[in-house]
Design a protein around this ligand. Structure first.
Ligand SMILES: C[S@@+](CC[C@H](N)C(=O)[O-])C[C@H]1O[C@@H](n2cnc3c(N)ncnc32)[C@H](O)[C@@H]1O
Length: 195
């Protein structure tokens, strides 16, 4: 992943996180308390693993991490190399839950995004599809009361996407993070308390 070197980049290096993205999740966690000790988390768009390491630190449990790109081996991580848009992923997640002896996850977190094209409307459409797919996956695998968070590139369909899913959760919010790059259209949708 191409990274411009800023404060978060150097912090990530010195604190041993695979990417500066870890600080976005830390910020969301401080604001919204998304994950907790002992919880099982499904993470989507995990490579190179900044979020993954932080999730494993907080939960103390194996993280099930999915990405279309490869990811280096990490302790306490079950990595599934897959495209979230494909149908096979659903069966693979189901099989992984069986191995863990679980039926569902307490949180589904996604930082997934295709390589941005520089064209705001193309990037927004791609991000809409990914966000909607993450919510469909959460609909299948998230336990009642669980949380779902995903990254999104804003555009004219942002509110539609948010409204489409918010009534399925007790709490919902659109937020941004200081760790996101200045001027970026990146926001996070937060859904807590699946009904
Ligand atoms: C911004 S990076 C994630 C960084 C990660 N959260 C971290 O902390 O290191 C976005 C990731 O989404 C993945 N991605 C994009 N589209 C995907 C798809 N359809 N299925 C699975 N992963 C996808 C990319 O391969 C990329 O690794």
């Amino acid at each position: 992943m191409l990274e411009r070197k800023d404060t978060y980049y150097y912090r990530a290096k010195s604190e041993n996180y695979a990417s500066r993205a870890a600080y976005k999740l830390k910020e969301l966690q401080r604001k919204f308390g998304i994950i907790g000790p002992g919880e099982h988390v499904l993470e989507i768009g995990s490579s190179p693993g900044g979020w993954t390491k932080y999730i494993a630190e907080v939960t103390g449990k194996s993280v099930v991490a999915v990405d279309i790109s490869p990811m280096k081996y990490m302790d306490n991580v079950i990595f599934l190399k897959a495209d979230i848009m494909g149908d096979q992923l659903i069966d693979r997640i189901r099989d992984t839950l069986k191995v863990l002896g679980k039926e569902s996850f307490q949180a589904v977190l996604s930082d997934a995004m295709v390589k941005t094209s520089g064209n705001g409307s193309i990037d927004h459409s791609a991000s809409y599809m990914i966000g909607n797919r993450v919510m469909e996956i959460a609909n299948i695998f998230l336990s009642t009361g669980g949380s779902c968070v995903f990254k999104h590139f804003q555009g004219d369909m942002t509110q539609d996407l948010f409204r489409k899913w918010k009534d399925s959760y007790r709490f919902s919010r659109i937020t941004n993070t200081r760790a996101s790059r200045h001027g970026s259209r990146e926001i996070y949708m937060i859904f807590k308390g699946k009904l």
